[in-house]
Ligand binder design. Structure first.
Ligand code: SIN
Length: 493
């Protein structure tokens, strides 16, 4: 039954490349799976280096005319895309569940979240201003203006197959940049459906090109080595981000990198524990923990750790694990067998080092699909591997701290710096520690930081640049300055 619905959802999306406003077949294809059953949903065109370069040629040819459209025109197209996504919400939500696995209610949430980026950037498009003023020594004027960076490579992950695309595409379109999208090979169909919807609303050919591929390293190296490309925006792992950053040196590309996290979730002894548990559920179990901003380590004051853990376990036991289309599940599968084995290995190692799985069962479900039970681990050794690695799964390790300074030290003892969370009723502590936590985003008494109108991004090895917020569009814009000599025009001031 789930399989039929997943197959129907997959069949609604084109399984071909989208280049220069046309759908293209390729010699090779690759299989896209339903992680909830392990069955193949579709065979999708597998772009070669030549296909990707053709997409870049299309983006480069369209760049000048797209940059010349008025901001209002681009805003209207973004708004039309926002409206169209809402009209296609059922198709997008089913497709996200089919190829990524999250429960369909959560997929509908992702569709709404994804569409909001388009609305936000439609509102931003017409608000990029330059400046005009006298040079301090007089006699000339300084005029600044903004212009699009140029053709951009967008590389997106599988965990939010629609929202991670619109967050980049919305900003690129608003700024006047054309783009080539390389979606994750696990979830290419959602972005191909987006291309179809973009085509229907009249997005000009070449402005948005989509090239799914299994040859990611080869394809991105070829694109990054082509001087027509002017920007790369990547969401994914820190090791891949490092490689892209090195490659971006060749042609000095603008680079936005949203990389891995190791989010601490701090609960102080004065916290509202009910709110902290609600926040923990969102920060840990949204998307099955498969999010860069997921809480990775729960650091809880020793005086409230037992109470917090008991309440968390009670909530976790209410989660229902199953296929995203079963109508009841609140936790879907992990993306693939490799991720499932990785999470299981981390849990096993933590338990062998003395951690206690207070939720009981820790072994992945042995049937079809890549299901890992939601797990709370108590008594985790402070140096356990699970506290040093991004888990990307529904596992919550809990450890104790005694003082604010110790909590801060533990929280910051990572090379990552994406999201952090803290729960306290003390305003001074909230602001003081909120500012000293080494993270690009801090949720204060909130388990969710994601918001299209806010700047999303990390510090340290969690990345460069920001997406969303007023900053998001800036990543796709350059400032140029005109020095206007007034003396030559007969004016002396
Ligand atoms: C991510 O996991 O990279 C993004 C999550 C979000 O936008 O909330």
């Amino acid at each position: 039954m789930y399989q039929d619905r997943a197959l129907r959802a997959a069949a609604a999306a084109p399984a071909r490349l989208y280049v220069d406003g046309r759908w293209r077949d390729t010699e090779r294809t690759f299989a896209v799976e339903d992680p909830g059953t392990g069955t193949v949903l579709a065979e999708v065109a597998d772009a070669s280096v030549q296909d990707a370069l053709a997409a870049l040629s299309a983006a480069a040819s369209a760049q000048e005319s797209w940059a010349a459209t008025s901001p209002r025109e681009r805003a209207d197209l973004l708004r039309s895309l926002f409206d169209a996504i809402h009209q296609w919400v059922d198709e997008f939500a089913d497709l996200i569940t089919a190829e990524m696995g999250k429960p369909v209610a959560e997929s509908r949430g992702e569709v709404a979240y994804a569409a909001e980026f388009l609305r936000w950037f439609s509102e931003q498009a017409a608000h990029r201003h330059g400046s005009y003023g006298p040079a301090p020594r007089g006699g000339s004027r300084i005029v600044t203006t903004r212009r699009p960076v140029g053709p951009s490579l967008l590389i997106t992950p599988w965990n939010f197959p629609l929202a991670m695309v619109t967050r980049k595409l919305g900003a690129a379109m608003a700024a006047g940049c054309t783009s080539v999208l390389k979606p994750a090979p696990q979830t290419p169909l959602t972005s191909l459906l987006l291309a179809e919807v973009a085509e229907r609303i009249g997005l000009p050919a070449g402005v948005f090109n989509v090239v799914p591929t299994t040859r990611a390293a080869e394809v991105s190296a070829a694109l990054m080595g082509d001087p027509r490309l002017r920007k790369v925006s990547f969401t994914g792992s820190t090791p891949v981000g490092r490689t892209l950053l090195r490659q971006s040196g060749e042609h000095v590309l603008r680079s936005s990198l949203e990389l891995g996290g190791n989010g601490p979730f701090l609960v102080f002894d004065d916290a509202d524990l009910d709110a902290a548990v609600e926040g923990a559920m969102a920060a840990k179990f949204r998307n099955g923990g498969q999010s860069c901003v997921a809480a990775n380590r729960f650091l809880v004051h020793r005086d409230v750790i037992d109470d917090f853990t008991d309440r968390l376990v009670e909530r976790v036991r209410k989660l229902s694990v199953g296929h995203g289309f079963d109508g009841a599940s609140t936790l879907g599968p992990l993306i693939d067998s490799r991720q499932c084995a990785k999470v299981a290995g981390l849990v096993e190692a933590a338990v062998s080092e003395g951690a206690v799985a207070v939720t009981g069962e820790t072994a992945p479900r042995g049937e079809d699909g890549y299901f890992h039970p939601p797990t709370v681990l108590a008594d985790v050794a402070p140096d356990a591997a699970i506290l040093r690695q991004e888990i990307f799964g529904p596992v919550a390790p809990v450890t104790a701290f005694d003082t604010d300074e110790q909590a801060l030290r533990l929280a910051n003892s990572t090379e990552h710096g994406l999201a952090a969370y803290l729960y306290t009723r003390d305003l001074h502590r909230a602001v003081d520690l909120g500012e000293r936590l080494e993270a690009g985003m801090v949720g204060i008494n909130r388990g969710m930081v994601s918001e299209p109108a806010a700047p999303f991004g990390g510090i340290k090895e969690s990345g460069l640049g920001r997406e969303g917020g007023a900053e998001g569009i800036e990543e796709y814009l350059e400032t140029t300055y005109l020095a206007v000599d007034l003396a030559a025009a007969g004016a002396g001031r």
